[in-house]
Design a protein around this ligand. Sequence first.
Ligand code: SF4
Length: 326
Amino acid sequence: MGYENQPDAAERIRRLEELARDGKNGLPGSLWKSDDGTYAVYVAKSAGFCFGVRRAIDTVYREIGKGKEPIYTYGPIIHNDTVVNDLAARGVRVIRTEQELEELHEGTVIIRSHGVAERIYRKLEEQGLQIVDATCPYVRKIHRAVQEKGRDGYEIVIIGNASHPEVEGIRGWCSGPASVIETEEEAQAWKPAGGLPVCIVSQTTFHHKKFYKLVEIIKALSYDIPVVLNTICNATEERQTEARSVALVADAMIVIGGKHSSNTQKLYEICKKECSNTFFVQTFDDLNLRLVPSRGIVGISAGASTPNILIEEVSKLCQKTILNRC
Ligand code: SF4
């Protein structure tokens, strides 16, 4: 809905306040409003670290606390420079490639929430490295599912981004034919491996509607009705639903997250579709409130790898600047 077609700001804020108070309709976040009720800042409850990312970060800090060096993470623990730099300052090093891994022969290697391929576990063991596995349990479940289905003779189709580490990891648990599909064009061009039953899974952060659209295309091309495992994580869905709901009534949206974070990118796309004044903010310094329209509701959401401290800083500055504008 365009801003000009919406009820006036005070009315929208009043309704949003009710929804935030009741926690209904995917809007359970926090709301601050100006004294005259015509300006508001809404922070989505689902903004920021999900359970899997929080668990992985806590794991790294716990390992640091044990004081047993050297400590490595296989890939940056999250797509957030602030956290990664803090860990680097505490001596945690990042392994970026399998070649780098091959050169290590002592220390602890923490596997991040995205998980890794089966061969990486073998490599770590062969090189005598201590493994601390912080793979998100939801991702681990996908590894097990594709491993079992592969053993049962299924061809695996992973809906997601082929170069995303989570998808690379999932692919690395498929013993038989496996392909990755991200777009409708790729789905239409997909050719089944040949007479095998098909099992479809998803990258945990994939968009729901897009997933089912691609599933329909693959179904039409399969020899048999495929087994569809919707492995999209609820944390992602909740975050997307809440962000979309607030973007629908907001005059501006701020989406906070790293530029390499696919779930933040998707969140931005969803918000931008509903609210043309959507701004992508990576760090506190990116935030230019002069660009944010000075009217009505400013909504804030953030990707799964955005630290709470950054969300709080952005929220506080918005409250200070926007609510004092009136
Ligand atoms: S988005 Fe979901 S699956 Fe991915 S790390 Fe977070 S909780 Fe786990």
